[in-house]
Design a protein around this ligand. Structure first.
Ligand SMILES: Cc1ncc(COP(=O)(O)O)c(C=O)c1O
Length: 341
């Protein structure tokens, strides 16, 4: 079972810093559409209208849009398709989202972890590999520079590897901009998981955008997709995700999150926490010396506050926190003042 932030078997935390999803909830019109989804019948199994709609909006042909029942399903599906197409080596970011490695390992694929783009580029051999890039990266909130993208493009071309750019948190980027080169958008797979920025992670919906040239990977990714992979609610979420109303709403979400992030970072700094820089709404942090993370996290959880233990990312002693509202920040401050004393 992979470790994740967010809900667990315990009571819903009153203050959940452990999920990276937006705490501001969905745009009202989108929520209405999701709640009004027609559950009485199957969606069109080919998702014809939805794929055309998304393709037109995202600038790709409709047959390049592969609806998925969440990013987690997309990761499994693409890993299986890679295996079926003859790929035997998978590169995953370290630290990075655990599902990339879990999917590869479940298929017996050789899993290689890279800590930097330089390490990835020098490690990519002639053998065709599947390469995951998370942009911005979960859990660090780091993002590739233009020069790194350039190096990566060359390494991918040289090894004829398949690149997948997981854009799960692109809309939750609060600083700077993506340097993903336009030409690479045509050559790489892209994964969009909008349920996070929409604050609706309980709706399982995502989409993969395939590169423009068809190859065995694309054919297998289509062939192994279950019928009706996307629910009626998922269809409505994806249809309304990029509407003008949603775009306005999500711009406001980013502005609000920027303000909350600043106060939250300030609060932790005042309490002596070490924090990494991040372009996103989440980052890595570590309590002051003398405070044991392994004891702190359960004590916070008992007070209704959940932080994501980063040990499963290979970062023992660290946590990952997402930006939460001022009320949750006040609760965290009170609890930390008491527990760190
Ligand atoms: C980087 C990244 N990609 C994909 C996912 C999968 O999300 P979902 O299956 O909800 O779309 C997650 C979930 O946490 C994630 O962090």
């Amino acid at each position: 079972m992979n470790i994740h932030g967010g809900s667990d078997a315990g009571p819903t935390p009153a203050h959940d810093f452990s999920s990276n999803a937006s705490p501001l909830g969905p745009p009202p019109a989108l929520l209405r559409a999701v709640l009004a989804a027609d559950r009485r019948r199957y969606p069109d199994p080919a998702y014809t209208d939805l794929r055309e709609h998304l393709g037109a909006d995202l600038g790709v042909a409709a047959d390049r849009v592969l609806p998925c029942s969440g990013g987690a399903e997309a990761i499994r599906r693409l890993s299986l398709a890679a295996f079926l197409s003859g790929i035997r080596e998978v590169w995953v970011p370290q630290p990075g989202f655990g599902d990339y490695a879990a999917a590869a390992q479940a298929l017996g694929l050789e899993t290689r972890r890279y800590r930097s783009v330089a390490e990835l580029c020098s490690g990519l051999r002639q053998a065709r590999s599947l390469v995951w890039v998370c942009e911005p990266c979960n859990p660090s909130g780091s993002s590739l520079t233009a020069a790194e993208w350039q190096d990566l493009t060359l390494a991918i071309e040289r090894s004829s590897s398949a690149l997948v750019v997981d854009l799960a948190y692109e809309s939750l980027r609060l600083e700077g901009q993506s340097h993903l080169p336009a030409h690479l958008q045509d050559q790489a797979w892209r994964l969009h998981c909008p349920n996070k920025v929409l604050g609706l992670t309980g709706v399982r919906a995502a989409c993969l955008l395939a590169p423009s040239r068809s190859d065995a990977l694309y054919l297998h990714a289509q062939a192994v997709a279950p019928s009706w992979v996307l629910s009626s609610e998922g269809c409505e979420l994806l249809r309304a995700w990029r509407s003008p109303e949603s775009a306005d709403y999500l711009r406001q979400v980013q502005t609000t999150l920027r303000g909350w992030r600043d106060t939250q970072r300030q609060l932790l700094a005042e309490l002596g926490w070490q924090q990494t820089s991040s372009c996103s709404n989440f980052w890595l942090a570590r309590p002051p010396v003398g405070v044991q993370t392994s004891e702190l996290l359960p004590a916070l959880r008992q007070r209704g506050i959940k932080l994501r233990d980063a040990s499963s990312f290979g970062l023992a002693g660290w946590v990952r926190l997402s930006t939460q509202n001022t009320e949750s920040q006040a609760a965290l401050k009170r609890a930390l003042e008491e527990l760190q004393a």
